[in-house]
Design a protein. Structure first.
Length: 139
């Protein structure tokens, strides 16, 4: 039996019991609230539903990538060029006779592999920004 005199003591008791029973407590990197992870793996985001009907776990990675891409010219260019190249490939599939610059499946995936390698090498600081942009940008 515990004798609690105020709210602060109650919260300390809860934290003590929580830790005593071996529960892990994590803080969501998106909303900042605390949660109990479902697995023993490192968990960055909680399962709370946000205003847009998505959970932090669903929404945060895309948000994090878009923020990072807006700060980094190579990532922004890679995302833009990947979209353009895929649309070229799609147009080649759907209307091959009307496309000015046709792009086959093999050509698209060859470019994508080179562009991903250049992006990753740039992020690991193995190549310069200009070298990465030269590989990624194809007209």
């Amino acid at each position: 039996m515990y004798h609690i005199r105020n709210l602060t003591e109650y919260y300390f008791l809860l934290l003590h019991l929580f830790a005593e029973n071996g529960y892990r407590l994590c803080r969501c990197q998106l909303c900042g609230r605390y949660f109990v992870p479902k697995t023993k793996k490192k968990t960055l985001y909680c399962d709370r539903v946000l205003k847009n009907e998505k959970t932090c776990k669903e929404f945060a990675p895309r948000l994090k990538h878009s923020i990072l891409a807006n700060r980094n010219e190579v990532l922004k260019t890679f995302d833009t060029q990947r979209g353009k190249m895929y649309k070229r490939y799609e147009r080649t599939l759907n209307t091959p006779d009307t496309v000015e610059k046709p792009l086959s499946f093999e050509e698209y995936y060859d470019w994508l592999e080179k562009a991903r390698t250049a992006r990753d090498n740039y992020l690991e600081e193995k190549i310069s920004k200009e070298e990465a942009l030269n590989v990624i940008c194809i007209e």
